[in-house]
Design a binder for this molecule. Structure first.
Ligand code: HEM
Length: 123
């Protein structure tokens, strides 16, 4: 697959990931729980598939821009860390309700940092 195709898949995953996280966070901010979220299952499936295609797209992009899978640059490690954090972030609002509002800022900021890392590749 081409660089453009991997890039498209990567960004498609990012868009769905943030929809699922935002939907979950706002549900909890509005007083909702895990049990009364009528769309919990679809949201968690969308979140899981989005995580997967972000990773597939990301590794495809790495191959296309010539990054050796045995020696990741620092910015890739940064993105992998953010990917892990955003993976965990779907469960956090239900478990620690008082974090739901901070997460409404932290989650998009993590997305912004991941984007910044990809664009500037500072280290
Ligand atoms: C959820 C976390 C992530 C977000 C929000 C994110 C976001 C982005 C965005 C917005 C771009 C720029 C696309 C463009 O306009 O060209 C990008 C590119 C890229 N991302 Fe990610 N990404 C994430 C995770 C990852 C992971 C885990 C990897 C590695 C496995 C990765 C590897 C890359 C690579 C290699 C590029 C291309 C850089 C280039 O074109 O030089 N990303 N990412």
């Amino acid at each position: 697959m081409s660089y453009a195709a991997y890039n498209f898949i990567h960004v498609l995953g990012v868009i769905f990931l943030f929809m699922a996280l935002g939907g979950t966070i706002i549900h909890v901010i509005n007083g909702g729980t895990k049990e009364d979220n009528a769309w919990r299952k679809p949201l968690s499936i969308i979140h899981g598939i989005a995580m997967l295609i972000i990773l597939v797209g990301g590794f495809g992009l790495m191959a296309r821009i010539g990054i050796d899978h045995a020696a990741f640059p620092g910015w890739i490690w940064g993105k992998l860390l953010i990917w892990v954090l955003l993976g965990a972030a779907i469960a956090v609002p239900y478990r620690v309700r008082e974090w739901a509002k901070p997460l409404a800022l932290i989650v998009p900021l993590l997305g912004a940092i991941a984007t910044w890392l990809a664009i500037y590749q500072p280290f």
